[in-house]
Design a protein around this ligand. Structure first.
Ligand SMILES: Nc1ncnc2c1ncn2[C@@H]1O[C@H](COP(=O)(O)OP(=O)(O)O)[C@@H](O)[C@H]1O
Ligand code: SF4
Ligand SMILES: [Mg+2]
Length: 344
């Protein structure tokens, strides 16, 4: 599908395919972790990427960042950034390095990031090393910058004198987020930033991310399997299943009128204030992506599966402006003549 680039698109992936390709004893193994995904992220928004564990979220993020390494290989498609009217090819290491894109324009809060702080250095020194690498300045200047930034975000600046193990998990995560954003990147990628934190601490981390994004109107691409976090934070939600984009829309639409059976399961599994009944879990689990099911990859778990679901991959169609869904049931209802042609 061709997409028109909006002037305010900051990241665009087109027909992106990224596979883990390994070879052992002469046998090639191909895991199709990102399989033909096209998305556009708009400047200033929080774009949420949802889906259970193993659906390809982290792999997609690494490619969007141009930070993927073997065995993860881009086999097709493109990733472009657009900053102040300039287009940058995120898949070109030279372009990314030449233009000093990473960390100054684009930052990354990796999965498990609260463990990335150097255990034998005080937080102050880690801040200095990081700032120094991208914007050379004297130690007292970097200290001041770090102190002011932490204060701005409502974090105690005394953490600068601490070692990582002296901080709680929640504080370590907040400090890591502050570190990744201290140079005010235009674009922030965060991978499961609230996972492994208890609910109260999660709320603080969500609040912090929101505050950072709003202060500079930066763009946040947020990955979490927790649809409840998306409901609180994201402007739009993309739902991945088994390496494919199965639904995308603004958060309200996705929460109120999800159309893909998988999205409906995700929403039903959300705890509700007014509902004291048991939450509905999703039966089964995502397939291994080395040999995914033919047709719609969700068909072995889908209560609505029809014959053609087992053989024909459903196209991603726009059901209304800004709402895309890949499901035969939806296509049949929206475009009866198209589904007729497909099954003929
Ligand atoms: N290094 C690797 N080699 C082969 N397969 C991998 C590797 N890393 C991840 N995968 C597979 O790629 C798929 C997507 O993984 P990932 O992107 O980590 O998903 P998520 O972030 O949604 O949990 C999974 O099926 C996973 O098993
Ligand atoms: S295409 Fe078929 S199997 Fe896939 S989600 Fe829709 S109804 Fe279910
Ligand atoms: Mg992941």
């Amino acid at each position: 599908m061709t997409t028109n680039v909006n002037t305010n698109t900051i990241v665009e992936a087109k027909n992106l395919k990224a596979y883990y390709i390994t070879r052992a004893y002469g046998i090639e193994r191909v895991v199709k972790a990102v399989d033909d995904i096209s998305i556009q992220v708009k400047e200033g928004e929080i774009y949420g990427i949802a889906g259970e564990s193993g659906c390809g979220k982290s792999s997609l993020l690494k490619v969007l960042l141009g930070a993927h390494q073997a065995p993860l290989t881009v086999v097709d498609g493109s990733v472009k950034y657009r900053f102040d009217g300039n287009e940058i090819n995120a898949l070109s290491k030279q372009e990314m390095e030449h233009k000093d894109v990473r960390w100054r324009q684009v930052s990354y809060i990796p999965q498990g990031s609260m463990h990335v702080l150097n255990p034998v250095r005080r937080i102050r020194d880690t801040f200095h090393d990081f700032i120094q690498a991208h914007r050379p300045m004297k130690r007292h200047e970097s200290n001041e910058l770090a102190r002011n930034y932490l204060r701005d975000l409502g974090l105690p600046d005394k953490v600068l004198g601490a070692y990582p193990h002296q901080l709680s998990g929640g504080m370590r995560q907040r400090v890591t987020i502050a570190l990744a954003t201290i140079l005010w990147p235009k674009l922030i990628f965060a991978d499961e930033p609230t996972t492994a934190l208890d609910v109260v601490v999660q709320r603080g981390v969500i609040q912090l991310l929101k505050e950072i994004q709003q202060k500079e109107r930066s763009t946040l691409v947020l990955i979490t399997h927790d649809i409840g976090v998306h409901a609180n934070l994201a402007d739009r939600i993309a739902v991945l299943y088994a390496g494919k984009l199965v639904e995308e829309g603004d958060t309200r639409t996705i929460l109120k009128t999800p159309m893909h059976p998988y999205t409906q399961f995700l929403i039903k599994s959300l705890p509700r204030l007014d509902d004291r009944g048991a939450r509905v879990g999703i039966p089964g689990r995502p397939p291994a992506l080395e040999n995914p099911p033919p047709g719609c990859r969700f068909h072995p778990r889908c209560p609505l599966a029809m014959d053609k679901c087992r053989t024909i991959d459903p196209p991603l169609i726009t059901v209304q402006p800004g709402h895309r869904v890949a499901c035969h049931v939806v296509t049949d209802a929206m475009l009866p003549e198209m589904s007729h042609a497909a099954s003929a």
